[in-house]
Write a protein that binds this ligand. Structure first.
Ligand code: AMP
Length: 582
């Protein structure tokens, strides 16, 4: 580990590098594109486009089309199946990331390589350097609620796991965390444990054991932080017991975790009494985190976008501790770092690192269909990183070192100023996502399939679903899916409808949804049956706003922003059912 003066110098160097690179963002972008095209000049994909060896921007713009993941799937599939020829990259890809599937709304394979590990470390160090300038950390540990997914081998023998798992497993990750003076409280066996519940319990136990050393508390996405402390409320007495007697609860059954924890856990009556007293002193768990970890300086994690609904609860646990929102990226690669850590999560933005990829932007200003037009061929409106305009919204296009060229990530961002010459982006939304409470992602298609499956149960009763829509209810805790059904008949058999409700819940097969339902991070699906004519009222409402019947489409997901439609639907409910499927 570096000594303190060396550390400070390292962080100053990181900041200097970032400042100088962002001042020269345009040149750095062009150089980065040149490097990407050069190292991948042998790639079959680029050669087929006539880019074999050309590294200039004009040639790139003229010859490389915008693509989605679907367009690249045939190439990625060959890699996954073990073809080691240069397909998308010059050097063969040996690892695959399993993205949670923002773009398509379902998990997908994304090429992963060492350059992505390097840029991950670069972004971690950059945001840490800025964070550390505001909230210095010179020793101690980080309580990180991080979990590895299972890694598996693809048919072609490539290692596959989520991007974070691939990063956590890299040797650079540990050395970077150590250099940042924040080694994780928990041993690897806990991070890589086979069971989420057991890992979570042991993360909490490790945090309590190292309570005085904890400098900050973090997770990748804020949802895991809230989930962790909700769990703490339930298990704190058990944790105290473990500490008092130095014996790990029998609920931890994974031998690897038991082994690793037995090395940390020693009988400590004094600590058990202290933690017990701290917990007993709190009213409704307000300020739990600073009470448990008095030397913690902040909470850290992605708190923007779909994580914002968790901020209220997080602030409750955090008391007076600041919430620092983490960086912006995806399985396809990182994009920007939060270099203004003092801003609240609601205002957080991400300064794009111009050397980790080549970035382009499609303005979404004039019409919501702009991006579709662009996709259809008219790419004249595409702008480069340094050409974006303050205050405008864009769909982001990524070219990276791991074989993605002009790739539509599926996110809409807003430019909220510049850091030197690089834009600061705020995350606005995922462009095609429909239903999400936390890590789950279900598209209109998933909803449709689920409704189709469940409505088959009605056929014996000669009933039909006339129309349907959905809503994500985050006013309940945890949030849950609501499906609205209008049926062709009024004679409703409660038992049958309960079966339909369970079937709907089970038919969402997205891994994020299923795992969240199993651990109770998403509540029971609710089926609300509407009075006949309800959707006519919705249509009338849209017609009143100027829509034409011939172009009318029932909104398949009604957000709280669409309060008028939500109000119409809620006013038409005749019966409500909750799933008992999980
Ligand atoms: P995945 O590829 O499954 O890791 O998901 C990446 C997606 O998560 C991005 O495309 C964004 O939609 C979302 N995301 C990542 N970082 C942030 C952030 N800082 N704020 C809001 N959304 C984010």
């Amino acid at each position: 580990m570096l000594d303190k003066t060396e550390d400070i110098k390292t962080f100053e160097r990181v900041i200097d590098e970032f400042e100088s690179m962002t001042r020269d963002a345009r040149r750095v972008q062009e150089e980065t594109l040149g490097r990407i095209l050069e190292v991948n000049s042998e790639a079959e994909y680029l050669r087929s486009l006539g880019i074999d060896g050309r590294t200039d921007l004009d040639g790139f713009r003229a010859r490389v089309p915008l693509v989605t993941h679907t367009d690249l799937e045939p190439y990625i599939q060959r890699i996954v199946d073990g073809d080691t020829s240069p397909i998308l990259t010059g050097q063969p890809i040996t690892t695959i990331s399993l993205s949670s599937g923002t773009t398509q709304g379902r998990p997908k394979f994304v090429p992963f390589n060492d350059e992505l590990v390097d840029s991950t470390m670069q972004i971690y160090k950059t945001s840490f350097a800025y964070r550390n300038r505001e909230y210095p950390i010179t020793s101690g540990k980080a309580l990180q609620f991080i979990y590895s997914s299972k890694q598996f081998k693809t048919k072609g023998g490539l290692a596959a796991g989520t991007a974070t798992t691939n990063v956590f497993r890299s040797s650079q990750y540990k050395s970077t965390m150590n250099a940042m003076q924040s080694p994780c409280c928990s041993p690897d066996e806990v991070i890589f444990g086979p069971d989420f519940h057991q890992s979570l319990y042991c993360h909490l136990l490790c945090g309590v054991i190292f309570w005085e050393e904890v400098q900050y508390v973090s997770s990748t996405f804020a949802h895991s932080l809230v989930h962790a402390f909700r769990t703490f409320e339930l298990v704190w007495e058990e944790l105290c017991n473990d500490i008092r007697y130095g014996v790990l609860t029998s609920r931890i059954t994974a031998p690897s975790i038991r082994d690793a924890m037995s090395k940390l856990l020693k009988p400590n009556e004094e600590l058990a009494d202290l933690i017990h007293a701290k917990c007993s002193s709190l009213s409704n768990w307000y300020g739990l985190i600073p009470e448990l970890f008095p030397n913690a300086k902040y909470l850290y994690g992605i708190m923007t976008g779909s994580m914002e609904p968790y901020l209220k609860k997080l602030r409750h646990y955090a008391g007076n501790l600041p919430l620092l929102s983490a960086d912006y990226g995806s399985s396809e690669g990182w994009i920007g770092a939060n270099v203004n850590p003092r801003l609240s999560p609601e205002l957080a933005s991400f300064a794009v690192l111009p050397n980790i990829g080549y970035f382009e932007f499609i303005p979404v200003k004039e019409s919501p269909q702009v991006s579709e037009k662009v996709h259809a061929g008219g790419i004249s409106r595409l702008v480069g990183l340094t050409e974006v305009e303050d205050g405008e919204e864009y769909e982001i296009i990524v070219t990276n070192f791991a074989g993605l060229y002009r790739y539509r990530l599926g996110d809409v961002v807003k430019v909220v100023g510049f850091h030197n010459a690089t834009p600061k982006l705020q995350f606005i939304c995922r462009s095609n996502l429909l239903l999400t409470v936390n890590i789950d992602k279900n598209t209109e298609k998933d909803l449709q399939l689920s409704v189709e499956t469940a409505s088959k149960l009605l056929s014996d009763e000669k009933l039909e679903v006339v129309d349907f829509t959905s809503h994500v209810d985050l006013t309940t805790d945890p949030g849950h899916y609501v499906i609205f059904w209008e049926l062709s008949g009024q004679d409703i058999d409660d038992e049958l409808m309960r079966d339909c409700c369970n079937c709907l819940d089970r038919s969402f097969i997205d891994a994020g949804y299923v795992s969240s339902r199993k651990v109770g991070a998403i509540g029971a699906l609710e089926l609300r049956v509407l009075r006949r004519g309800a959707f006519q009222k919705v249509l009338d409402h849209y017609l009143g706003l100027g829509s034409a019947v011939s172009q009318y489409k029932t909104p398949r997901c009604v957000t709280p922003n669409n309060s008028a439609v939500l109000q119409i639907l809620c006013g038409e409910v005749v019966k409500t059912y909750f799933s008992t499927a999980f």
